[in-house]
Design a protein around this ligand. Structure first.
Ligand SMILES: [Zn+2]
Ligand SMILES: [Zn+2]
Length: 162
């Protein structure tokens, strides 16, 4: 399917002349969005706030959406709901504490795509299963055992008859 690219650059330039404590809320919704280089998100809902403080701009964000994940047992793809809540501080030039601190860009636009991607990726479960009783695939023929029984005996312990 065609990847849906959207810009997630937030214009924060107007904050530069606002007093400390000034904040503004933002809201964005995308039925489908591709976050470079590798993350496709469905039904992304983003609610976020930028607040000006002494050091820079504080971003507080809450994201929800669905991400396609592979079941570790049967390798089928399914949509996993993810939620992320986080804060990031963007420093005004000259206010940084550490070299690694991120700055408010000079052009007044903060690109949220990378930040959203980083936090959403953290929410993907490592051992995702499509359902609790997923039967997995047949080790002999590769059949997805949720869909059909191929008749092979899969590592089932066969008890001797009493
Ligand atoms: Zn499965
Ligand atoms: Zn089989």
């Amino acid at each position: 399917m065609e990847k849906q690219h959207y810009s997630l650059r937030a214009n924060v330039g107007f904050f530069f002349n606002k007093p400390i404590g000034f904040s503004r809320d933002f809201h964005a919704e995308f039925p489908e969005i591709f976050l470079e280089p590798d993350l496709n998100v469905l039904n992304l809902k983003a609610a976020f706030r930028f607040s000006r403080n002494r050091e820079g701009l504080l971003l507080q964000a809450e994201l929800s959406g669905e991400i396609q994940a592979l079941c570790v047992r049967c390798l089928s793809e399914s949509n996993v709901p993810v939620n992320a809540k986080f804060e990031e501080l963007f420093y005004f030039p000259g206010r940084t504490q550490e070299e690694t601190d991120q700055l408010v860009p000079n052009d007044g636009y903060i690109d949220l795509a990378d930040i959203f991607r980083d936090y959403l990726l953290l929410e993907i479960p490592i051992n995702h299963v499509c359902k609790a009783d997923c039967k997995g695939v047949c080790v002999e023929c590769g059949q997805n055992l949720n869909l059909a029984d191929c008749g092979h005996i899969n590592s089932r312990i066969i008890l001797p008859e009493a």
